[in-house]
Design a binder for this molecule. Structure first.
Ligand SMILES: [Zn+2]
Length: 219
């Protein structure tokens, strides 16, 4: 009795499934034959995927995050760097917006990458300084407190990564007892001048890694 009933239900279920499958097949065939766009479609296309956002590091097009800059002071490695970018200066009136790389006076300072010398400038605070553009012109590298420029260095000159630019010193407002290179990176928008731009922390692009100590802090 139960067996017959079960078999009956099975037959019924099979018939229902077969009918459903058959109509599904016809539905598919009908839709395949239907000229596109003339009737309401029963198969709904998934919504178009949103365009992938570019990685934040490349939003400016200068690829700073993927660059590995050459250490600008000869004999100084990435492990020697101290991140002083966010330190206060002038009694909290401004931020450092750069890193200081300590080295003996006269130590060679070299270009962190290819580019062009934008400006050789004597400033009260920075002393003997160099502004260098990267190959895109969207990044400016700033070298300050130099003791001297490399012989023959001139504005407009093309430089290659590692080229001698000058020597470490304490010109400007640096402590004469603690010669160092003050190095900054500025991201500039089209039309901005050599002295404009937004400061980017050079610590990462120079290969620096965070350490618990962050003691030394000359200007
Ligand atoms: Zn500094």
């Amino acid at each position: 009795m139960a067996g017959r009933l079960g078999r009956g239900l099975l037959v019924l279920a099979t018939a229902v499934i077969t009918a459903a499958a058959t109509s599904a097949v016809w539905l598919v065939i009908f839709n395949l034959r239907e000229p596109a766009g003339t009737e309401e479609r029963t198969i709904v296309a998934p919504p178009p995927a949103p365009a992938p956002a570019p990685p934040p590091a490349d939003e400016s097009g200068d690829d700073l995050a993927s660059k590995r800059l050459t250490l600008p002071v000869q004999g100084i490695g990435a492990a020697d760097l101290v991140d002083t970018f966010a330190q206060a200066r002038d009694g909290g009136a401004r931020l450092h917006d750069a890193i200081d790389i300590l080295a003996p006076r006269g130590t060679p300072v070299v270009a962190v990458e290819d580019g062009r010398i934008l400006k050789l400038f004597e400033s009260q605070a920075g002393g003997t300084t160099i502004y260098q553009a990267d190959p895109t012109g969207r990044l400016h590298y700033y070298y300050a407190h130099l003791d001297a420029y490399a012989p023959g260095l001139a504005e407009g000159q093309a430089v290659r990564r590692g080229d001698l630019l000058g020597t470490v010193g304490s010109s400007g407002n640096a402590d004469p007892a603690a010669p160092h290179l003050h190095f900054a990176i500025f991201r500039v928008e089209p039309g901005q001048k050599w002295y404009e731009g937004r400061a980017i922390n050079p610590f990462g692009p120079l290969g620096g890694r965070a350490r618990p100590d962050a003691a030394r802090r000359p200007r």
